[in-house]
Ligand binder design. Structure first.
Ligand SMILES: NC(=O)c1ccc[n+]([C@@H]2O[C@H](COP(=O)([O-])OP(=O)(O)OC[C@H]3O[C@@H](n4cnc5c(N)ncnc54)[C@H](O)[C@@H]3O)[C@@H](O)[C@H]2O)c1
Length: 361
């Protein structure tokens, strides 16, 4: 049995605790705020999963054990991720899994974190759970099996009003009460819904199109005395192999629409998330026939799949689409997108120069 520490007893901390317990792992859940620990036990966990699980141990950050964990999950706001991950390295876990987005768009200390994790031989991941869901994994298999030729473009949209997030956080007064209302802290549509950028990177890499190399973004920013975030993030990007792609992410659309489509000259593969309640779907065209496959799942399953994936890749030491390196590439695109939109210019990404942006044209 694995023993895990989960830092942050908020929304994601509860999802991850439930998922880890589901596969029999021992969970120590900790937070710097004693109200959050109280809320977890009395409100969040019982309302989501039926009742509190006495096998989960709750700790304040001041008295949580150190140095005895297989995996440390970091489920706190984005502007605390890198600092907490750097502190966790000295605990020598087998793996660290940081929530998305990995950090703030200024990419501060990201290169340093990745260097230190490599030197200490600690496996590292990012919680982009969509990409390891059953439907996205099936779409990946189909994309490989069809050996797609003449891909015209890939487009993806993660359009979701953030009232769902605030319904899950009744203790918050709104976006100004959290990182969500501040793009520089890792909030706003481009960062919060960066599952879209991450999925595109996964599928582009899978079909041999390479990494995203050029970004042209138009963001709609909301800037008031108490807020500064992008409510709509619209990106046109080109990959290293010249594939043209589009990513649209927003926090204003109701009902939610999350989809990805790879379009070839005579066919397509499409991923639809929650196209009906608790059902994802993949459809694809092969030899002029359109096929469809449904995948039943609950919200809790999204995270159970994620921790099962981690269990497998840690055991086999295999490659993962939710590696920290891929999550850091997602951060490069987020950072480039803000720069592009604010300067009204294309931004070119050079991955060889480490995690910083290199050229604006
Ligand atoms: N993968 C997903 O689908 C998914 C879903 C929800 C949230 N998230 C991500 O998880 C992260 C947290 O989001 P959330 O909705 O759970 O936030 P939240 O506000 O519900 O919870 C965050 C918790 O972290 C605690 N915290 C803050 N700083 C801390 C510190 N330095 N040390 C210890 N505890 C600290 C807070 O007290 C709070 O209880 C974000 O990056 C978010 O994008 C991902």
């Amino acid at each position: 049995m694995k023993r895990v520490k989960i830092i942050g007893a908020g929304s994601i901390g509860n999802h991850l605790s439930n998922a880890c317990r589901n596969i029999g792992w021992k969970v120590d859940l900790c937070d710097s705020d004693s109200d959050a620990l109280e809320r977890t036990k009395k409100l969040i966990y019982p309302s989501r999963y039926g009742k509190w699980d006495n096998e989960i141990s709750l700790f304040n950050m001041n008295n949580v054990p150190r140095g005895c964990y297989d995996i440390i999950f970091i489920g706190t706001p984005p502007d605390t991720h890198v600092g907490l991950a750097l502190k966790s390295i000295s605990e020598k876990p087998k793996a660290i899994c940081i929530e998305k987005p990995v950090c703030e768009p200024d990419l501060k200390n990201l290169s340093n974190l990745i260097d230190k994790l490599r030197k200490n031989k600690i496996l590292s991941f990012v919680g982009y759970d969509h990409v390891v869901g059953d439907a996205a994994q099936f779409a990946s298999k189909i994309a490989k099996r069809l050996k797609l030729k003449d891909i015209q473009y890939i487009e993806i949209e993660i359009k979701e009003h953030w009232e769902g997030i605030f319904n899950a956080h009744p203790w918050l007064d709104g976006p100004s009460d959290s990182y969500l209302g501040f793009y520089k802290r890792g909030g706003g549509a481009c960062s919060e819904h960066s599952h879209g950028i991450n999925l595109l990177q996964h599928f582009a890499s899978l079909v041999g199109a390479g990494k995203i190399s050029k970004v042209s973004a138009i963001h709609s920013y909301v800037k008031t005395k108490s807020l500064n975030y992008d409510k709509i993030s619209s990106l046109n990007v080109i990959t290293e192999k010249g594939l043209n792609c589009r990513i649209f992410q927003d926090v204003v659309t109701k009902p939610t629409s999350k989809r990805m489509k790879i379009v070839t000259n005579d066919g397509f593969i499409e991923w639809l998330c929650n196209y009906k309640k608790d059902i994802d779907m993949v459809s694809w065209k092969q030899k002029k026939i359109i096929n469809k496959k449904e995948f039943k799942k609950t919200r809790a399953d999204d995270f159970i799949n994620e921790v099962k994936h981690l269990k497998n890749v840690i055991r086999k030491k295999s490659l993962s689409p939710i590696s920290l390196e891929r999550g850091a590439d997602t951060m490069m695109v987020i950072s480039a997108a803000h720069k592009s939109s604010l300067l009204n210019k294309y931004v070119t990404i050079n991955y060889k120069k480490g995690y910083k942006l290199t050229s604006i044209s």
